[in-house]
Design a protein around this ligand. Structure first.
Ligand SMILES: C[S@@+](CC[C@H](N)C(=O)[O-])C[C@H]1O[C@@H](n2cnc3c(N)ncnc32)[C@H](O)[C@@H]1O
Length: 367
């Protein structure tokens, strides 16, 4: 399981006896916030004004830490009048051996510890808002910037499956273009695991691909896809509580040429009849199967969407958290959906790995 740097107290500039410093309190925890990183990690802490670094320091997270106070300073006195941001990340050498090395991929893999950049803070002692920005280097997506809240809300931060799905979609697109190059050179095509997904992604080269994401949270998956595809229209949906953070993320998006992203509230219990005026090609569902009580309404919502867009395929991704999640697969099967499956390894503590599953569903045998 991946670990995330979180601010327990967001950074602020402090002035005591003429000495200026930046203070914050962090922890390194899982997406669920249920355990802390139990191995040592070397961290680099960078204070910046716009993109100019004003102070940099190294600190150590120890395996037994539950939280880690940060004090940077003494800093030049004029910084008290500046607006700064604070980034906390691991030294690249302290990340586990890149998993991409195994796969000979040309992009950085998912790190064991995902770094964080604070919202702006200062001047004087005004603390940063309770937000962090994650920078994700996904294949084919340029640099993806996603804001999330510092608190423990389920909806307003990113989840391992969301992170892995962005990588998976990027890798799929990358393999598609590699296969196209190989075909041009007369080489035999390599096998592809999810032909229906590849077909949908490839249609965006020639026509508009309509994508809907359910339970989008901060929007990492749909926004990532909109940055990868030149011609897609992505509708992110979730409960009203995400509207503010997801809107912030939509404003930071740099979608492909003529792609677009928007947001609409959608409760699986009451999906609107007129969600899309045109047929949907792809429905994304990432890390939404953890609550057994909501699985029947989730499946019935998917069923309803596919009735109005019979050609749609559904990409469901998840990290299995408990046995009750199998109910989802049973319900999908009894609703007449067929699927193919793939998986991706993400790093975990002490050199171990975790698995993210991908299930691509359609109403017929196209997957
Ligand atoms: C674990 S989060 C996953 C967020 C995001 N997809 C990701 O992978 O980072 C599950 C999401 O499902 C949403 N959700 C739960 N019940 C819902 C419902 N009845 N209708 C719509 N969204 C719901 C939550 O608000 C939350 O954003």
């Amino acid at each position: 399981m991946v670990y995330y740097v979180r601010f327990l107290k967001t950074p602020r500039i402090q002035q005591q006896k003429g000495s200026v410093s930046i203070t914050a309190l962090i922890c390194i925890t899982t997406d669920l916030g249920d355990s802390f990183l139990a191995e040592d990690a070397d961290l680099v802490v960078t204070a910046a004004k716009d993109s100019e670094i004003v102070y940099e320091s190294q600190i150590k997270w120890n395996a037994y830490n539950r939280e880690l106070p940060i004090t940077l300073g003494p800093l030049p006195a004029n910084l008290i009048h500046k607006t700064l941001s604070l980034t906390i990340d691991t030294w690249p050498e302290s990340q586990p051996k890149s998993m991409s090395e195994h796969r000979l991929s040309p992009w950085p893999s998912i790190p064991l510890v995902v770094g964080a950049t604070s919202a702006p803070f200062g001047p004087q002692s005004a603390p940063a808002a309770k937000l962090v920005r994650r920078t994700i280097h996904a294949p084919e997506a340029a640099e993806l910037q996603v804001w999330e809240e510092t608190g423990n809300s389920i909806a307003r931060h990113i989840w391992d499956a969301g992170l892995a799905t962005v990588m998976y979609l990027g890798e799929t697109l990358h393999h598609m273009s590699q296969r196209a190059h190989a075909a041009k050179r007369g080489k035999a095509p390599t096998a592809c695991t999810m032909p229906a997904l590849e077909k949908v992604l490839s249609t965006s080269r020639t026509s508009l691909t309509r994508v809907v994401e359910l339970g989008a949270g901060c929007g990492i998956v749909g926004i990532g896809l909109a940055q990868m595809l030149a011609n897609c229209s992505v509708l992110l949906t979730d409960l009203p509580e995400v509207e503010e953070i997801i809107t912030r993320n939509i404003h930071c998006t740099r979608p492909g040429d003529v792609s677009s992203v928007r947001y609409q509230n959608l409760d699986w219990e009451q999906p609107p009849d007129d969600l899309c005026s045109q047929p949907i090609a792809l429905i994304l569902v990432s890390d939404c199967t953890y609550n057994a009580d909501s699985l029947p309404v989730l499946v019935s919502c998917l069923d309803r969407l596919v009735r109005t867009s019979p050609e749609a395929i559904i990409l469901v991704s998840l990290k299995r958290r408990h046995d009750s999640e199998t109910v989802f697969f049973d319900l999908m099967r009894s609703s007449g959906f067929r699927s193919v499956q793939d998986s991706m390894e993400i790093p975990s503590e002490h050199g171990q790995v975790d698995e993210i599953e991908f299930h691509c569903y359609s109403r017929d045998a196209r997957v």
